[in-house]
Design a protein around this ligand. Structure first.
Ligand code: AMP
Ligand code: MG
Length: 402
């Protein structure tokens, strides 16, 4: 077991015990918000054939070098038409958006720039070659346009259909158990007695797991008892691929997650050099990966963001750019001093706003790790290096929540 590791080292150690990447097939209508499990190749060219981007007239541009040219009308080309039309010099073919370009035509005149008189069309505007959408100019047949690990959004679904795919291979959602522990925790909606508080972490962690492409399985909070914890952990590993616990992992007399993992589990690391969120532990319970997150609500969110999300991403081969992400790394200019932490990466809650094209940041509320309201009021966390205080005007790195 390693203690007091950096965030990078913690992720590296956790990734030695990855989630297994399993896949399943989903019809396009069921694929939204899933993660693509393979690179996707186009079965067709897009466009499939040269076609018009305008309603107008297909012409030979050489015929339209002067204004008011008169061309003989030769047929109509509409989208979906099978018959192929040809024009000769001095002729024009009426054409609709998306319709194939007739043989002999190399430009389009917009319908607004023309007049019809009997069997003759007068051309009063430019004949433009760039109103022709060329075969394969968007996507070539056989081209990879979507990478394995991409989060499937509505555009990805349209693109997959454009390329001829009616179903997609996606990553199966790993089932992740969430077990909160603490005698004080009561399910929201019930009434509280003295000394009790509402249990909130399992709900927040559940939402984070969903955002990262997993399926959360929330267990009822367990009391501070070794037997209760043991039972919950044993039943979690029977049905789930990994376990996240909340609370009971630091130095208190009742921090029993740490104790049971020491005595009966297999700890890979304990304590990470960050603030807030110092006490987390990673290990295995009955050979399934287990993250023990601190109970303080801000800490549990921050540790999920810093450790659990990257572990899920790397385990499941999510694309660094197009995969699911909780936050984007940005540089911001501080509008106030920000105190760092001795020997630890300091993750202060900050609010980023865009002022005249510059990202500026400041803090608004009390920063205590018990204050979950601070996570809503702010929209980012600082990445202040260990032993670094920042002053007003300093440029620092931050994670901007999506
Ligand atoms: P612990 O890590 O168990 O020492 O808990 C640290 C702090 O977080 C205490 O104030 C707990 O009451 C609080 N806490 C622990 N678990 C939860 C939870 N699931 N929801 C809300 N607060 C919690
Ligand atoms: Mg506790």
């Amino acid at each position: 077991m390693e203690t007091g590791v950096t965030v990078e080292k913690a992720i590296e150690i956790a990734c030695q015990s990855p989630l297994s990447k399993l896949t399943e097939i989903k019809l396009l209508d069921e694929a939204i918000d899933r993660i693509l499990a393979t690179d996707l190749i186009s079965k067709v060219n897009d466009p499939r054939f040269d076609n018009s981007s305008m309603d107008g007239w297909a012409v030979n541009s050489e015929d339209c070098l002067t204004m008011n040219t008169k061309l003989k009308i030769k047929g109509v080309s509409k989208a979906g038409q099978l018959e192929k039309i040809s024009i000769e010099r001095g002729e024009a073919c009426k054409i609709m958006t998306g319709a194939p370009i007739p043989n002999g035509a190399n430009a389009i005149v917009m319908v607004e720039d023309t007049n019809i008189n009997d069997n003759v069309v007068s051309i009063n505007g430019p004949a433009r070659v760039d109103y022709i959408r060329k075969k394969g100019e968007n996507i070539k047949k056989g081209q990879v346009t979507m990478f394995s690990g991409t989060l499937i959004n509505s555009s990805a679904i349209s693109l997959a259909a454009t390329m001829g795919h009616d179903r997609l291979e996606v990553i199966s959602k790993p089932k992740i158990a969430i077990i909160s522990n603490g005698d004080e925790l009561i399910q929201p909606g019930l009434s509280l007695s003295d000394g009790q508080i509402y249990e909130s972490n399992s709900f927040g962690i559940s939402a984070l797991i969903k955002k990262m492409g997993g399926e959360p399985i929330r267990f009822n909070a367990v009391q501070d008892s070794l037997e209760g914890l043991r039972n919950a952990l044993n039943s979690a590993v029977l049905t789930c691929d990994a376990v996240i616990t909340s609370g009971g992992v630091s130095m208190g007399d009742w921090d029993l997650v740490r104790k049971i993992m020491e005595d009966e589990g297999d700890i890979k690391f304990w304590r990470v050099l960050m603030r807030p969120g110092g006490p987390p532990l990673f290990g295995k319970w009955k050979n399934k990966p287990l993250f023990a997150l601190p109970g303080n609500p801000v800490s549990s969110h921050v540790v999920f963001t810093m450790l659990v999300a990257p572990w899920m991403s790397q385990s499941l081969g999510m694309h660094p750019e197009y995969g699911p992400k909780l936050a984007d790394r940005v540089s911001v200019i501080l509008q106030q001093p920000l105190k760092g932490a001795p020997n630890k990466l300091c993750l202060r809650r900050i609010r980023i706003t865009n002022q005249n094209g510059k990202l500026i940041a400041k803090t608004h509320t009390h920063q205590g790790s018990g204050n979950i309201h601070s996570m809503l009021v702010h929209n980012a966390i600082s990445l202040l290096p260990p032993d670094t205080d920042a002053i007003e005007g300093d440029q620092i790195e931050a994670l901007w929540f999506r």
